[in-house]
Design a binder for this molecule. Structure first.
Ligand code: DGL
Length: 281
């Protein structure tokens, strides 16, 4: 890979705003790399949608990023990661880093008892993406999964340390605590924002695994392995694209990124759909 190619940005996409928790981790792990982020805010949430729809949306987002000449794609959305990775890898000739495998590896490393809990959206849990991968790597592990669909709107509403969120978390997490897990995978972009509430409920003895942290590590090691790291010593730039109102995105972004975003560009879904037709068919 030549100097110019190495200077290309890393593409990151998500169903909406939650992927910014992953951007935060990738930017911290690779501060010199530039990032192009696409959030499909017009069609979020993906969690309750069918696999075919999620695959189609994933291919569209990846096409948009490829058109922006990214050198690698990070599928920051756990829902897309749980159903669309084979399709995305089939059509795009750049490294594709997803959330499931890095999260699973980190959880297996962290868990002494191999009793692992997984929380995610309905699609992620219904597809059993995490549990299949854990059991594939360690058939003796015990895995309990739970969909927590209300966490996404609660976080987007900014109800982070709210008593309602705590009550709902208690309800969702009761069955996992009962099964004496020692490790819990936060298998959704939004859940790291609720780390304090979740910790309070599951207690100190349960290790929380943030798939975004694990995926950022994988991005770094993949770029390194393939000789694709930028040669630049300057801070990387981050560009943000969304499919709906940029102002709403900017307002909520701070919850996830923990810093202000100045410019957000809106892209028409029709443009993205045409790119997908051109690149994927
Ligand atoms: N980004 C999604 C995920 O990580 C959560 C939001 C949604 O349902 O689209 O699964």
């Amino acid at each position: 890979m030549n100097f110019m190619e190495k200077a290309r940005p890393i593409g990151v996409f998500d169903s909406g705003i939650g992927g910014l928790t992953v951007v935060k981790r990738v930017a911290a792990a690779l501060p010199n790399e530039s990032i192009i982020y696409f959030g499909d805010t017009a069609r979020v949430p993906y969690g309750p949608k069918s696999n075919n729809t999620v695959i189609e949306y994933g291919l569209e987002a990846a096409s948009f990023l490829i058109d922006k000449k990214v050198k690698a794609i990070v599928v920051a959305c756990n829902t897309v990661s749980s159903v669309a990775i084979p399709e995305i890898r089939k059509h795009f000739n750049v490294p594709v880093i997803e959330m499931i495998e890095p999260g699973v590896n980190a959880a297996i490393r962290a868990s002494a008892s191999k009793r692992i809990g997984v929380i995610g959206t309905l699609a992620t849990i219904n597809n059993a993406a995490y549990s299949k991968s854990i059991l594939n790597k360690n058939p003796n592990a015990f895995v309990i999964e739970k969909a927590c669909p209300l966490f996404v709107p609660l976080v987007e509403e900014g109800w982070i340390d709210h008593k309602v969120t705590e009550l709902i978390a208690q309800e969702y997490l009761a069955a996992l605590i009962e099964k004496e897990i020692d490790t819990l995978i936060l298998g959704c972009t939004h859940y790291p924002v609720l780390t304090n509430v979740i910790k309070k409920i599951v207690g100190d003895k349960v290790t929380l695994v943030d798939s975004g942290v694990a995926a950022a590590d994988t991005v770094r090691s993949e770029l390194n392995r393939m000789g694709m790291e930028t040669n630049s010593n300057g801070m990387g730039m981050i560009e943000f694209y969304v499919s709906d109102l940029p102002t709403t995105f900017s307002k909520v972004a701070q919850i996830f990124l923990e810093k202000e975003i100045r410019e957000v560009i809106r892209v028409d879904l029709e443009v993205i759909q045409r790119l997908k037709e051109k690149i994927v068919g």
